[in-house]
Design a protein around this ligand. Structure first.
Ligand code: ZN
Length: 114
């Protein structure tokens, strides 16, 4: 996928996970930041404060985005070869449902669902 698309998708995913974590796992998580690269290019810098579970979920999603083989990324639901493990997908679906209601599902739907 294009660099701009990768950047946007990454930021959207992080926003949803952060919203979910803030509300559900509220406490003071340490602030961290991360340089994210895509195809050997350093594309963006993000900062977040997530609990360890949500951080894992984010890193997993990030890895999947980074390794998505499609040039025009299809929605994950429609993918002929979905790369998410079932348990991870369930976790993410839960986050999408929750944050989607708060933030508007539209953006994330574009990435994963249809
Ligand atoms: Zn959390």
């Amino acid at each position: 996928m294009k660099d701009e698309k990768f950047i946007k998708d990454t930021q959207t995913v992080l926003q949803f996970i952060q919203t979910f974590c803030d509300d559900k796992h509220a406490s003071q998580h340490p602030k961290e930041s991360l340089n994210i690269s895509y195809r050997e290019k350093n594309l963006l810098h993000v900062s977040f404060h997530l609990c360890s579970t949500c951080k894992q979920t984010f890193l997993y999603s990030l890895e999947r985005l980074q390794s998505c083989p499609h040039e025009e990324k299809p929605r994950c639901r429609k993918c002929s070869n979905p790369c998410y493990e079932r348990s991870r997908w369930k976790e993410l679906a839960q986050i999408m449902r929750y944050s989607g209601m708060k933030l508007g599902l539209v953006k994330l739907k574009k990435i994963f669902m249809r």
